[in-house]
Design a protein around this ligand. Structure first.
Ligand SMILES: Nc1ncnc2c1ncn2[C@@H]1O[C@H](COP(=O)(O)OP(=O)(O)OP(=O)(O)O)[C@@H](O)[C@H]1O
Length: 417
């Protein structure tokens, strides 16, 4: 029997669970194969349930063989474990929600192969953000309109899609406030022969990396090679930096500087921090709050601060929505606002950890445009961590982590156009 496989554009406003309910209730003749079947969800929400079960009830279902806690695994390792577990249990039909997020190229290929095999035996529904993630076996795009299911052949959908929307970034990047100017060394970060191991397992081996003012770096490496570990060394969050040759903003780690001193110099963004910002603050106040290092705004801003935040919103074309509640913005606009919030102080270093995960093609393209603008027009150094190759990114250098028995070692690559 040939199964129907669907893809659905993933919007955070519609939970996959509710959409699946509509599909199962639908009388559409092509959807009858989903009725009265139990869906297995390969999703972050499912993963989060296992994490909570571990934290709250000492339930080690996923990690009982590895004897490691889920939270001590890298984000890719966690997802692979979940997929292995769920796929072993003979699902009746599968719902996969952005299944390739946080996976390296090899793991993506491995999962694609397994899904292709499974598609011969069970129906699969894929929620996607990036069109390039849609699996070749998918026959229809499903759209919900007024709770009714509409199917469009995949070829019609792909022919009608326009993938890239550039942000019209003609304006200059707003300048920092005059008092924000700081004297920092040309070499912002210096790591020399850094080693990290966890429970005697070597993770990083002799990593030497210098990040200078204004550099634009992409940090790459397979799942579990130590990218996040390396980032935590730089943002002052990893005690393993003590006693090693780690110089952050001119000061050797462990010579009296506080984590706060270090973080003052860093703007940081990763999608998992989005949940911190679900308050009722306006878009404008969210940007200004970047000057105060607070989540919302609790003090009346000065006229200069207001003007500066408006310039940032104007840069990204959102000057008409200054008073809109951040919560009600689209996913893309929320992220653009959070980058402006991180950048309003012109921090010496901006770290973006898998920043486009969950964005659709247009959103990712706009986001990358803004990152490029920041790299060209400011003295802020950027570290961009990602598995996804974004053709438009164009970093100055790539720091590539390669796995070895003795821990990962790092290679500097200068991309050629
Ligand atoms: N606290 C910890 N205890 C034990 N092992 C750890 C701990 N933190 C990280 N590790 C291990 O160190 C290795 C590197 O993890 P890290 O999160 O830095 O990798 P990564 O390159 O960011 O991976 P990914 O691409 O999957 O996010 C992994 O194998 C991880 O399981």
């Amino acid at each position: 029997m040939k199964h129907i496989h669907l893809a659905i554009h993933y919007f955070k406003t519609h939970t996959p669970e509710l959409t699946i309910q509509h599909i199962q209730d639908s009388e559409h003749p092509l959807l009858s194969g989903f009725k009265a079947k139990t869906a297995t969800f390969l999703s972050n929400t499912t993963l989060e349930k296992f994490v909570q079960a571990e934290l709250l009830h000492d339930d080690y279902t996923l990690t009982k063989d590895s004897k490691r806690k889920l939270l001590s695994l890298s984000s890719g390792e966690r997802r692979i474990l979940l997929f292995d577990y769920l796929l072993k249990n003979d699902p009746e039909f599968l719902v996969i929600v952005n299944p390739f997020d946080s996976l390296d190229v090899k793991n993506v290929a491995r999962l694609q192969k397994r899904l292709t095999t499974l598609s011969k035996h069970i129906p699969i529904i894929q929620f996607f953000s990036r069109t390039s993630d849609i699996m070749p076996y998918v026959q229809y795009i499903l759209k919900l309109e007024d709770n009714q299911c509409h199917l469009q052949p995949i070829s019609d959908f792909l022919n009608s899609e326009s993938y890239h929307t550039a942000l019209n970034l003609t304006q200059a990047l707003p300048k920092p406030l005059p008092e924000a100017k700081k004297h920092l060394p040309h070499k912002l970060i210096e790591l020399k022969k850094v080693k990290v191991s966890y429970n005697d397992k070597p993770i990083l081996n002799n990593i030497s990396w210098t990040i200078k003012q204004g550099d634009f770096w992409e940090l790459k490496g397979e799942n579990g090679t130590g990218k996040s570990t390396l980032v935590t060394m730089m943002i002052g969050d990893n005690p393993k930096a003590y006693g090693q040759d780690v110089i952050l903003f001119g000061k050797k780690r462990g010579t009296g500087e506080t984590v706060w001193d270090i973080k003052q110099n860093i703007g940081y963004f990763t999608p998992s921090m989005m949940h911190l910002f679900n308050g009722q603050h306006s878009a404008l106040n969210m940007v200004i709050s970047g000057l105060k290092d607070s989540i919302g705004l609790y003090k009346t801003p000065t006229d200069l601060e207001l003007l500066l935040a408006k310039e940032w919103l104007q840069l990204i074309g959102l000057n008409t929505i200054t008073n809109t509640t951040y919560y009600n913005l689209s996913e893309t606009n929320k992220r653009l606002i959070l980058i402006c919030r991180a950048m309003i102080k012109h921090p010496p270093l901006l770290i973006l950890d898998e920043p486009t995960v969950g964005l659709d093609d247009k959103g990712a393209s706009m986001f990358i445009n803004l990152v490029q603008k920041i790299s060209k027009d400011s003295n802020t150094a950027i570290i961009y961590v990602s598995h996804k190759t974004e053709a438009e990114l164009k970093p100055d250098f790539i720091f590539q982590l390669e796995r070895s028995e003795a821990g990962s070692y790092g290679t500097v690559i200068t991309p050629t156009d």
